[in-house]
Design a protein around this ligand. Structure first.
Ligand code: AMP
Length: 444
């Protein structure tokens, strides 16, 4: 099947062909006709599946199709709104809109926080057909009366699960209230929690359902490995692995912003060019670091989960979990950065004794045991005991009941530990307590 089979306009096909796409991805095969038909859509797809073109191409087609009733006179209003959770994703989506629409007379705009609002206000005075925005800044504009959403015909909520994780639900509801009732709604989410289902039920009208990858599936071309190591020796082991394997483009995940900074400093001091990106960095610093990493001039990018969300680097070969994520689903999101579009990749996790419960949770989620390999010279010291994991905000140990909800006289039980099953560590036999949700915030 080729792109021309969808009946997309010649201008769109030309842009897609120039981009080098010949065959639509599975999500595109299903989403493009569904969106062209004009109905609502609920799509389960993660980054890396080609979902952006899956909604962008048919939106461009619909907005440029003169046979579909458009605005009558005066400056055309904003007709499509694409809401995304992070600034990085907004930049990538808007770039795609511009690229796929380069032979059309449509105009797009990015609206994100962390940058001066005035140029955005000025930009809104000229034609914008498609707006790609993060919720916080969009509401700032609404408050300043610089933006009207009254003519929106198509709404996209991209990475809706992440928007909810980041605490954007109230903002989303406020935005929905500003849109005309008659419109097309497209909801994309990598996972389907009850919260997403509730949002979908309230938002979508008889949606077409599409699910490409199995829920919480991970790419088959990715090799997963766990290296057991003591918590204090992780830095050293990471530097050793990067040097030994001569990895040239490595995305490393840490749990905290502070941890990301410290690690990037350590690696750089050890001759490995590294930068950290997270919510406390300015937008320009984040954009610059990402650009350097993409072009290959930066060897290591250290990122927190939210900052890395939506990073789109084709064929990223190595992803390292310097620390396992607190929420098992984030492992899937992290690993989604490698082995994309059929390329091979490896996902390396440095796991200390504190993280065994997190590892068990991840293995349950991905329905496989991740092979464990001890690196010579970095064997874990069996005398070191597990310690509670701090979440970076001076908060409670992972898996503990938050104190305000904790029933009196209850203590946090340590997991029962069986003798070694996997090389390097004893693995706990108890099931992981559900990890608390990450606190939201717009700072990322
Ligand atoms: P996305 O899931 O939208 O973030 O896209 C993931 C990557 O796949 C991006 O680098 C796209 O440029 C690329 N891509 C999207 N559609 C296709 C296609 N039909 N053929 C090849 N690559 C594609």
């Amino acid at each position: 099947m080729s792109f021309s089979a969808f009946g997309l306009s010649d201008e769109i096909i030309r842009a897609v062909t120039e981009r080098g796409y010949t065959v639509p991805t599975p999500i595109q095969k299903q989403a493009i006709p569904a969106v062209l038909a004009g109905g609502d859509l609920l799509a389960g797809a993660q980054t890396g599946t080609g979902k952006t073109a899956g909604f962008t191409l048919p939106i461009l087609h619909r907005l440029s199709d003169r046979s579909i009733k458009g605005p009558s006179s005066g400056r055309p209003p904003i007709r499509a709104l694409i809401l995304v959770p992070t600034r990085e994703l907004a930049a990538q989506v808007e770039e795609s809109v511009r690229d796929y629409g380069k032979y059309l007379k449509l105009s797009s705009m990015i609206m994100i926080g962390g940058v001066n609002i005035n140029p955005q206000i000025a930009r809104l005075k000229s034609r914008v057909d498609i707006l790609v925005a993060t919720p916080g800044r969009l509401l700032d504009h609404v408050q300043q009366n610089t933006l009207s959403l009254s003519q929106i015909e198509i709404l996209v909520l991209d990475e809706a699960d992440r928007m909810l994780d980041m605490g954007f639900i109230r903002d989303i509801k406020k935005i929905l209230a500003l849109l005309p009732k008659q419109r097309q709604n497209l909801l994309f989410s990598a996972t389907f929690s009850n919260e997403i289902q509730t949002l979908a039920d309230s938002l979508l009208n008889k949606p077409v359902l599409i699910e490409v990858a199995r829920r919480n599936a991970i790419a088959d071309k990715v090799t997963h490995v766990v290296h057991p190591v003591d918590r204090e020796r992780k830095k050293e082991l990471l530097a050793h692995l990067i040097k030994q394997h001569r990895w040239s483009q490595v995305l490393v995940f840490t749990r905290t912003k502070h941890g990301a900074n410290k690690l990037a400093e350590f690696l750089t001091a050890n001759g490995i060019q590294s930068l950290a990106i997270h919510g406390n960095k300015s937008q320009s610093a984040r954009t610059l670091a990402l650009a350097k990493f993409k072009t290959g001039s930066l060897q290591v990018l250290v990122a927190t989960d939210i900052a890395a969300r939506g990073i789109d680097i084709s064929e990223l070969p190595h992803v390292v979990n310097y620390e396992l994520p607190n929420v098992a689903e984030d492992y899937v999101h992290r690993i989604g950065r490698t082995g994309r579009a059929g390329a091979e990749g490896d996902a390396v996790s440095l796991v200390c004794i504190d993280e065994l419960k997190l590892l068990t949770g991840i293995e349950k989620l991905v329905k496989r045991e991740i092979p464990s390999q001890v690196i010579a010279g970095f064997e874990p010291d069996p005398r070191i005991k597990a310690e509670p994991i701090k979440n970076g905000r001076g908060g409670e140990p992972r898996g503990a009941i938050p104190s305000r909800n904790k029933p009196k006289n209850q203590t946090t039980k340590k997991p029962a530990v069986k003798k070694p099953v996997v090389a390097g560590f004893a693995r706990p036999t108890t099931n992981r307590a559900p990890a608390p949700r990450r606190a939201g915030g717009r700072g990322h």
